[in-house]
Design a protein around this ligand. Structure first.
Ligand code: GLY
Length: 397
């Protein structure tokens, strides 16, 4: 690996940790096990209904409509990823068998260079498969996926292109669009450098995160959803939203992607500036006057309908998982307590599906794309994935 790594520190260096603060877990092992058992039953029911090579997206309870996608949709990796976490938690073999079945189809996306979502698609799926049961074939798929993602890097802007230019994302021909969500794809690149010894993936991830830090964030550490750069000069042309309430608002899931992304950056580089960034984002979220006491955010922190607006359970799932990881790096009980509250709320009947409900999904009340009126107040495959991941982290603590 090259020397371009930024201030890489050893794992032992914990200068950022505050003094040890003891936590007491208030969610019982029995409760966690019952959530995982319910989830396993739900996902195995869902598996029976899935058509060949289709991937769960959402479910519309009012007309009992199950929506699926093909392998190329950005959410395809969450289904096998959730199955694999649940297999680890329950030991039920059929969960692993179903994950392996769908992975055979998902493999084709390793050469997809038309999307930035390869981290979501391939790392949540093959990354978990390889973590549980390391295999050369998984590693080859992950390497190929990282190579495909790296083709979207622009060294003038020093960022990975998220969406190709289009009128719907308000970008023209010479524009390069980066959305905050793209921070979630960097973990795949770090894995690729770790695995191959080639620093190019690491360097792309670091450059992308640094560019995002500079241009996606406001002074209060809230973030824009979409930044449009001039691909020839790297100049910022627009800071706007696509899925949020307004250009200057704080779209809840976007804040969650940013938080999770900078926790990953710290884990991978041990550079303190990323830990500071993650803490600042967490503090923005947790101190926001519009964050309800139960800690499940409204779909946008600045929606003009608050308090009479929809929550986004998927944003809470992502936040809970990220805050638990952040707690481990900081020992700050505030992060642990907030994550725990999110998990308690999400596993209450208000949010958690009953057995046989919701087409096999777990969490009610997710908001996919409010401005587009799609996937509003429904379960979302990524909400389920990060919910189960958060419990996995919580249990291991
Ligand atoms: N990455 C797309 C979303 O968060 O909806």
């Amino acid at each position: 690996m090259s020397s371009c790594k930024e201030n890489k520190k050893t794992k032992e260096d914990k200068t950022n940790q505050t003094s040890e603060e003891k936590i007491t877990k208030t969610i019982s092992e029995e409760k966690i096990d019952s959530v995982n058992q319910l989830a396993a039953r739900q996902y195995l029911t869902m598996a029976e209904k899935l058509e060949k090579n289709r991937y769960p997206k959402t479910f519309y309870p009012e007309n009992n409509e199950f929506e699926s996608s093909n392998s190329g949709w950005w959410t395809s990796g969450f289904y096998p990823g959730t199955l694999l976490y649940l297999y680890e938690e329950t030991g039920i073999d059929s969960l692993k068998i179903e994950a392996e079945r769908i992975l055979k189809d998902l493999k084709q996306e390793e050469s997809n260079t038309a999307t930035h979502d390869l981290g979501f698609m391939m790392f949540c799926s093959f990354g978990n498969a390889n973590r549980i049961d390391p295999k050369p074939e998984y590693q080859e798929i992950l390497m190929n996926s990282a190579k495909s993602l790296a083709t979207r890097y622009n060294d003038t802007v020093k960022a990975i292109r998220s969406w190709d230019s289009a009128s719907w994302n308000k970008a023209g021909e010479d524009d390069l669009v980066v959305i905050i969500d793209n921070m979630m794809n960097l973990e795949l690149l770090f894995w690729a450098t770790e695995h191959s010894g080639d620093s190019i993936y690491y360097d792309i991830a670091v450059n992308h995160a640094n560019t995002t830090m500079k241009h996606h964030f406001r002074k209060d550490y809230s973030s824009y959803h979409e930044v449009i750069y001039d691909e020839n000069t790297g100049a910022v042309k627009k800071q706007i939203t696509n899925q949020g309430f307004a250009d200057e608002s704080s779209w809840a899931r976007g804040q969650a992607w940013g938080l999770y992304g900078y926790v990953v950056m710290y884990r991978a580089t041990k550079n303190d500036k990323y830990l500071e960034m993650a803490k600042n984002i967490a503090d923005f979220i947790l101190n926001h006057s519009n964050l309800p006491d139960d800690k499940v955010p409204f779909w946008d922190f600045d929606s003009d309908k608050i308090p009479n607006d929809l929550r986004d359970s998927s944003a809470a799932s992502v936040m809970a998982s990220a805050l638990l990881a952040l707690y481990e790096f900081t020992n700050s009980t505030e992060y642990f307590t907030a994550a725990e509250q999110m998990l308690k709320t999400l596993s209450s009947p208000e949010y958690l599906a009953g057995q046989g409900e919701l087409g096999g999904f777990l969490l009610k009340h997710g908001v996919g794309n409010m401005p587009n009126s799609t996937e509003v107040d429904v379960p979302l495959t990524y909400g389920d994935y990060y919910f189960i991941e958060a419990f996995h982290r919580y249990k291991a603590m």
